[in-house]
Design a protein around this ligand. Structure first.
Ligand SMILES: NC(=O)c1ccc[n+]([C@@H]2O[C@H](COP(=O)([O-])OP(=O)(O)OC[C@H]3O[C@@H](n4cnc5c(N)ncnc54)[C@H](O)[C@@H]3O)[C@@H](O)[C@H]2O)c1
Length: 482
């Protein structure tokens, strides 16, 4: 099926025709959690007569991970445990239709009418200094800048430091086009960030969700708008155009900084609630009744994932490195990331108190992903937790209903829920669906491990049942015995 698109594009007679005379070709650079899903969404965009709007070529690196993603997509499977039937079906449809394939061969960019950039742009603290992978971004742009036809729309979806499109991507494209003897600005550059949310609404979070976008020029903004209207359900989820790519990039990092900061803010109230004997979840439910406060966050095990752990720091990097404004401080965003990074250590401290020390204890960790019911373990707070309790001399067994491998730690993940009787303590770290129906008495099978509900996983009834069965049960965000 994929072969059909390959055959069509490589057929000798096809070489004489510009691809764009047939179906526009969209190249998606980077087939990770975002790019793979976006590529599938574009391949499933339909004309009024039901035929595909685009031919789509997903391009990743020839690394082990890149090859696995490419092979998986080419065999009609999403490369990650998606948890979303709609996404799995969309991959199958694209494979059946034959208008999508994945490759590591960059020469396909020469066929593009649109390139979507979905690569990673990491941000790390190196020797006390923030370092973003803007060199990787520049080099990635040059790979297609050296090949794309004049007039191609370049749509950057990667989360980048504000100013990156104008100050890194555009100059790289200009340089490439000048080297090729083409007018140096014969491309259309736009930014529109992803709000994709792995989990049960993975696919819908791309095609049925609001988008913000902006162009490097008004013409680029128009081209981006036209493209997004063809892929996203913009009738129900209207687009918002901003005045510059820097504004759109700022919207993305501010959106995530806001979320990370409000989560960190609740952390101090969680500890207050524990100290004074209050159930903060009840308090928060009461506050949420007020419409202006309906999205107040709650205490928990920690914050993970690829976005909230780094995006709040992009403002500082951008001000300092792209705009020469080292004087601009981001105290809330910076402190939010630090607080959120430390959060799993509170569960470690609580567990130590519950067990009277951790040396030689056996701990069962329930949930290793950073969100419920997803297989993504990147920057999961569970990694910090495991590292710390093991440092304190405990042995940790990890169970997760969805995650099968944990590449960041190399730890084995139990596929079947281990019997509680084997452990001194069990920590409910992620509110996965499957714990709702847990038959507690059967699971305990006579054991009485200490139970830490670190993420509001258990209901009041479950906590009481566990206590009735002889377990000590404590929570993050609740006073003792609540
Ligand atoms: N994961 C999410 O839920 C999410 C949500 C919204 C936005 N984002 C943002 O989207 C971007 C991508 O995130 P992700 O989770 O998909 O990252 P990822 O690490 O899963 O995927 C990135 C992919 O890009 C590939 N890549 C890197 N350089 C390349 C190059 N030169 N050519 C081709 N491929 C290349 C990598 O091999 C990798 O497969 C990030 O900026 C992220 O912050 C992520």
């Amino acid at each position: 099926m994929t072969q059909r698109l390959l055959d069509r594009l490589t057929a000798p007679e096809h070489d004489k025709i510009l691809t764009r005379a047939e179906r526009p070709v969209v190249c998606v650079q980077g087939l990770g959690f975002v790019g793979a899903a976006m590529a599938v969404a574009v391949a499933n965009a339909r004309r009024l007569d039901g035929s595909p709007r685009f031919d789509v070529i997903g391009i990743d690196l020839p690394t082990a991970a890149g090859k696995q993603r490419i092979d998986s997509l080419n065999s009609g499977h999403f490369p990650f445990e998606s948890g979303d039937r709609a996404l799995d079906l969309a991959v199958e449809t694209a494979a059946r239709e034959g208008n999508f394939f994945a490759t590591s061969d960059a020469s396909w960019y020469a066929r593009a009418t649109t390139v979507i950039v979905d690569i990673n742009c990491d941000l790390k603290m190196v020797d006390g200094k923030l370092e973003a992978d803007v060199d990787l971004l520049r080099e990635a742009v040059k790979v297609f800048g050296a090949r794309i036809p004049a007039g191609t729309l370049v749509l950057v979806e990667t989360t980048v430091p504000p100013g990156a499109c104008a100050r890194i991507v555009a100059p790289a494209l200009e340089e490439c086009f000048a080297q090729r003897g083409l007018p140096k600005d014969a491309w259309f550059l736009a930014h529109s960030y992803e709000r994709v949310m792995p989990g049960k609404d993975y696919y819908a979070s791309i095609v049925n969700f609001w988008r913000v976008y902006a162009g490097h020029t008004p013409q680029a903004a128009d081209a981006c708008e036209k493209f997004l209207r063809e892929v996203v359900n913009t009738s129900d989820f209207p687009l918002t155009r901003l005045g510059s790519t820097t504004a759109s990039e700022t919207a993305k990092v501010l959106e995530n900084s806001y979320r990370a900061t409000t989560i960190a803010f609740i952390d101090e109230w969680g500890r207050f609630a524990e100290a004074v004997g209050v159930d903060l979840f009840e308090v928060i439910d009461a506050i949420r009744m007020r419409p202006t406060h309906s999205n107040i966050r709650q205490p928990g095990f920690g914050v993970g994932g690829y976005c909230l752990t780094k995006d709040p720091l992009f403002g500082k990097f951008s001000a300092e490195r792209l705009f020469g404004r080292a004087d601009l401080e981001f105290p809330f965003s910076t402190s939010a990331v630090e607080t959120n990074n430390r959060m799993p250590l509170e569960s470690v401290a609580k567990l130590r108190d519950m067990l009277g020390g951790l040396t030689g204890t056996r701990i069962l960790l329930l949930g290793v992903s950073y969100r419920p019911d997803v297989a993504d373990t990147r920057f999961s707070p569970a990694a910090t937790f495991v590292e710390e309790v093991e440092k304190c001399g405990a042995t940790v067994t990890c169970y997760d209903p969805i995650v099968r491998e944990w590449p960041e730690t190399g730890k084995t993940i139990e596929k079947d829920l281990p019997r509680a009787a084997l452990f001194d303590a069990a920590v409910f770290a992620v509110p996965n669906q499957s714990y709702h129906g847990l038959e507690l008495q059967r699971w305990l099978s006579g054991g009485r491990p200490a139970i830490l509900d670190a993420n509001n996983v258990l209901t009041r009834e479950q906590r009481e049942e566990l206590r009735g069965l002889g377990c000590i049960v404590e929570s993050i965000g609740r006073g003792t015995g609540l």
